[in-house]
Design a protein around this ligand. Structure first.
Ligand SMILES: C[S@@+](CC[C@H](N)C(=O)[O-])C[C@H]1O[C@@H](n2cnc3c(N)ncnc32)[C@H](O)[C@@H]1O
Length: 286
């Protein structure tokens, strides 16, 4: 250890500065992650994971958690799905809480957690994230969230009959999360969806420590011959919430290089093959 400069040499990994306020990465690792895009190809999903229409890869969440937290801090996901965030956080020795509305996905997340041994507290809660503050109080959680990473429903995208949806339908797999009225993926009006989503992140804001970060993984949506800029509107909406406004820090693009190209609009008109998603990075700054 170089005492004068507070630096520990970790060999190949690079040098770790003991004054690092945010994470346990070396300078070399820190810089690598600040590149504005990365490629993640999810591993083959197992039988229970494939039931969920939109699971994200643990490797992707692990990278975010490693950047935005230190060991033993608290990670949160208000749209837990199959529990990927909890598994990633647990494997990195972070504490984690996730909320999921659907009983079916909640049970999948519980079963996935059970198959691991974690040294920290990993907790899945079945509930409605539109009532997050109440839910935290009911579960006696008074610790502040250090970092939230999540992927909300992409508006009511799963309702629509895209080619990919048709294939899942034919295979007998879920093409929507649930029929529940509290499932924000069932809000058909686009503006109302944006508002309902923002209201959930207002509550995440209240439950997060000052200077805590939030990453939202979402996308723009092609529907009815036009793009609904869901990722951009998500970014903008969260920054215009009065005293609960998040500061938008950046976007990081998740490139999906493993998705097959589909013949869309060929010989007729532009329809893109969307093989990327937006990871929006916000911070609470009082
Ligand atoms: C895109 S998925 C999350 C997938 C997750 N990242 C994973 O890897 O499995 C969105 C999830 O939000 C859940 N959801 C929708 N509305 C909700 C609400 N009001 N409260 C809590 N969960 C909700 C859906 O049931 C769905 O599982």
């Amino acid at each position: 250890m170089d005492k004068k400069n507070n630096v520990i040499d970790l060999g190949e990994r690079g040098k770790y500065n003991l004054r690092n306020k945010l994470n346990q990465l070396t300078g070399k690792e820190w810089i690598k992650f600040t590149k504005s895009w990365f490629i993640h190809s999810p591993r083959q999903r197992n039988k229970e994971e494939i039931l969920h229409p939109a699971k994200y890869p643990e490797s992707l969440v692990e990278e975010f958690i490693s950047f935005f937290t230190k060991e033993n801090e608290l990670v949160f996901d208000p749209f837990l799905g199959t529990g990927s965030t909890l598994l990633a956080a647990g494997s990195l020795n972070r504490n984690a809480i996730g909320v999921e509305l659907s009983d079916k996905y909640f049970k999948i997340s519980k079963s996935r957690i059970k198959k691991n041994i974690f040294i920290n507290d990993i907790k899945a809660i079945k509930g409605n994230s539109s009532k997050l503050v109440e839910l935290f109080a009911k579960n006696k959680i008074d610790r502040k969230i250090d970092y939230t990473v999540t992927s909300p429903p992409y508006w009511n995208q799963l309702e629509r009959n895209s080619l990919r949806q048709k294939k899942r339908n034919d295979e007998g797999l879920d093409t929507k999360y649930s029929k529940a009225k509290d499932d924000i993926g069932n809000i058909n009006d686009y503006e109302k969806f944006i508002e309902a989503q923002a209201k959930i992140f207002d509550q995440v804001f209240d439950l997060t420590k000052d200077k805590g970060y939030l990453t939202i993984i979402t996308n723009n949506i092609f529907y009815n011959g036009r793009i609904f800029p869901l990722a951009y509107d998500t970014a903008i909406s969260l920054t215009k919430r009065g005293e609960k406004s998040w500061i938008l820090k950046d976007e990081k693009i998740w490139l999906q290089n493993d998705k097959p190209l589909i013949a869309l609009g060929v010989n007729s008109a532009w329809v893109g093959n969307r093989h990327h998603q937006y990871c929006l990075i916000f911070r609470k700054e009082l």
